[in-house]
Design a protein around this ligand. Structure first.
Ligand SMILES: [Zn+2]
Length: 227
């Protein structure tokens, strides 16, 4: 899960309805679901309330309570009341450390402490990132797993092409492809031994938290975060 910086609330902007925040969120953190990382467009992007608006009406219009989500993540998450410390949050923690990605499947990072693994599990379940066919709660309409698998394939193909023909222009094109494809975490995983590409992905996806990496682009705990 990509660690994000939402940025400051737009200048003197008091939102009359939360939908007004959408263009500002898109500008600051890109057209991606903050949870599953799927690429969105202006109409499929939903303004998501970290603390649900039905339980916390006073936070309904609060900038710091907003993220962007796809319909699947937003709907599944909406069924849960939120105690913030039970989950890792992409705007507070280095959520890239929480999980591993392989062939489109998201798993808990074994290197975490027992408590961190528990929180990572809650975080996966909060938006059903583990729901693939065969999972008891998986719905056929939920094709996030398939998108993730397809993009994994594209990232691997790009990586292999780069091994055969390493040019500046191919590097640039792969970044363009990644930005268009979404699933930043997948690109970061597939290219994990290529620091130059990691740096490009971190810079190219708007709002990625640069403080979540050291100078060699290894993940580090997020300053002030729980992970
Ligand atoms: Zn999503």
């Amino acid at each position: 899960m990509r660690p994000l910086i939402r940025g400051e609330k737009p200048n003197n902007k008091d939102f009359q309805n939360y939908g007004e925040a959408k263009p500002y969120l898109i500008e600051n953190i890109g057209k991606y679901c903050s949870y599953c990382e799927i690429k969105l467009n202006h109409s499929s992007a939903e303004v998501e309330h970290i603390k649900p608006k039905k339980d916390y009406p006073s936070l309904k219009l609060k900038w710091k309570n907003f993220l962007l989500a796809c319909k699947n993540c937003n709907t599944i998450k909406g069924k849960t009341d939120i105690n913030l410390s039970d989950y890792f949050w992409c705007d507070l923690d280095n959520t890239f450390r929480a999980f591993t990605y392989s062939n489109g499947f998201i798993k808990i990072n074994d290197n975490l402490t027992e408590r961190e693994q528990e929180i990572a599990k809650n975080t996966i379940e909060l938006t059903g990132l583990d729901r693939v066919p065969g999972h008891p709660k998986h719905s056929r309409k939920d094709t996030r797993w398939k998108e993730r698998q397809d993009k994994w394939g594209i990232a691997e193909k790009s990586y292999n092409n780069l091994q055969q023909n390493d040019t500046e222009s191919l590097r640039e094109m792969i970044v363009v492809l990644a930005v268009e494809s979404g699933f930043w975490s997948i690109w970061m995983t597939v290219f994990s031994d290529d620091k130059n590409m990691l740096e490009r992905f971190i810079k190219a996806f708007p709002g990625t938290c640069k403080d979540c990496f050291d100078q060699d682009f290894n993940t580090v705990p997020r300053p002030g975060g729980a992970l």
